[in-house]
Design a protein around this ligand. Structure first.
Ligand SMILES: Cc1cc2nc3c(=O)[nH]c(=O)nc-3n(C[C@H](O)[C@H](O)[C@H](O)COP(=O)(O)O)c2cc1C
Length: 163
């Protein structure tokens, strides 16, 4: 099974969290590849994917325009029917990361994806809309990394169950 993470990262925080998720997803029989929106995407690979996770920095309490732009203008990667997930990085707990995630999740629903966060029912770590890492609040950025890896594990479990 093929899975992917598509993200935009200007300062490296969102990239680091994409790597933590990929670590959790790297289990047999899954192949996972990461795609930065600064690089050319492998459209053939992405079309073969059963699931794609989208990652964004929070800008002005919403998703970064580069992620929104790709989702708005993409016509080559078929998203309908795939499992989807979202994550964000942000400066502050009150900085709107949940709005950023939900702005992406709404688009994924519109595109016909099956959107999955794991949900708080899976227990600790309680992930509601998607994992968030804060880069300006104490040690949160470092401490959140395990949560992102667990999110990756949960996403794979659901993808294997569904597909
Ligand atoms: C123009 C701009 C706007 C931002 N707006 C927000 C915001 O509304 N809320 C917030 O918590 N952080 C905000 N941030 C901080 C980024 O979301 C945060 O530093 C993020 O981790 C950056 O990700 P990156 O290193 O992958 O680029 C903003 C940063 C910039 C440069």
């Amino acid at each position: 099974m093929k899975l992917a993470i598509i993200y935009y990262s200007h300062g490296g925080h969102t990239k680091k969290m994409a790597e933590c998720i990929a670590q959790g997803m790297s289990v047999s029989p899954v192949e996972v590849r990461l795609f930065s929106l600064d690089e050319e995407l492998d459209v053939a690979y992405l079309n073969d994917c059963a699931g794609i996770i989208f990652g964004t920095p929070t800008y002005l309490a919403t998703a970064h325009w580069r992620v929104l732009e790709w989702l708005t203008t993409n016509h080559s990667v078929k998203l309908a029917g795939k499992l989807g997930g979202c994550f964000a990085t942000a400066h502050y707990a009150q900085g709107g990361s949940d709005s950023a995630i939900m702005s992406l999740a709404g688009i994924l629903l519109t595109k016909g994806m099956l959107v999955y966060s794991g949900g708080s029912a899976l227990g600790k770590p309680f992930i509601h809309h998607g994992p968030v890492a804060l880069d300006a609040v104490g040690n949160h950025f470092e401490e959140a990394q395990e949560m992102f890896t667990i999110f990756g594990e949960r996403f794979v479990e659901k993808a294997l169950e569904l597909f």
